[in-house]
Design a protein around this ligand. Structure first.
Ligand SMILES: Nc1ncnc2c1ncn2[C@@H]1O[C@H](COP(=O)(O)OP(=O)(O)O)[C@@H](O)[C@H]1O
Ligand SMILES: [Mg+2]
Length: 222
């Protein structure tokens, strides 16, 4: 249950999950968010943020790996409960998942049960992020299955264990694939293309990457 004191009602933030190839601009997307931002980085690609002044970055590396679940859980929990934080960014969840799986595999050899543990951990992480009511951006790498068939539908997916992806992204409002074409950046939100995609916020199916967070802002100023 969430209780708001009178006059202290915090509007729920939207949750965005964006996957794509390296260099397509996933990390840079966080620059378009407003307010106090905290970014948890799992792939060391923080150079893209060197010119920012409004983002706190926690960059995890192999030295954190043995206790990563605990550290990430505690950190997200702390951020989720901080009134000073407006947006939480997880960049990138593919790397996070692989570290978590390595830890779980190291502790037990039961592969099937290990994937279940992975799913449950990510499901609960997704729920904690939703409960935070903050704006959330999570990124992931993509898998390109190659064009099969004439229409190429279902070609792209996030690089994660499929059930873990479903468990984690259930509370997310938007799932999209970022890509570059002729030097411009786009995000595909169209579930009808057969790729991992959804858009619960509005009717847009293909957007310029620079417009990702705009639907809500327009609504607010309207
Ligand atoms: N909207 C943008 N306009 C111009 N350059 C961009 C934009 N987004 C990203 N870049 C540049 O593209 C490169 C890769 O971006 P980055 O965010 O690190 O991608 P990723 O996290 O997907 O690997 C960086 O040099 C970054 O400055
Ligand atoms: Mg990056």
């Amino acid at each position: 249950m969430i209780k708001f004191k009178p006059g202290k009602i915090i509007p729920a933030g939207d949750m965005y999950f964006i996957y794509g190839d390296g260099g397509t601009g996933k990390t840079s997307l966080s620059k378009q968010l407003t307010g106090n931002k905290v970014l948890l980085m799992f792939d060391g690609s923080y150079n893209a943020l060197a010119d920012t002044t409004d983002t706190m970055v926690y960059s995890f590396d192999d030295t954190d790996a043995p206790t990563l679940q605990q550290t990430v859980w505690q950190t997200v929990n702390m951020l989720a409960n901080s009134e000073k934080v407006d947006a939480i960014i997880l960049d990138n969840v593919t790397a996070l998942q692989n570290w978590v799986l390595e830890n779980i595999d190291g502790a037990s050899k039961d592969g099937r049960q290990n994937y279940q543990k992975l799913q449950v951990w990510f499901r609960d992480l997704g729920m904690m992020l939703r409960r935070s009511k903050k704006t959330v951006l999570a990124t992931a790498h993509q898998i390109d299955n190659g064009s099969n068939g004439l229409d190429g539908k279902g070609r792209f997916e996030a690089d994660m264990n499929a059930k873990t992806f479903n468990a984690f992204t259930a509370p997310f409002d938007v799932v999209g694939r970022i890509y570059k074409d002729q030097k411009k950046r786009y995000i595909d939100l169209d579930s009808e293309q057969g790729n991992h995609a959804k858009n619960r916020l509005d009717e847009r199916t293909l957007i310029n990457a620079s417009e990702l967070f705009e639907s809500k802002q327009e609504e607010k100023t309207a």
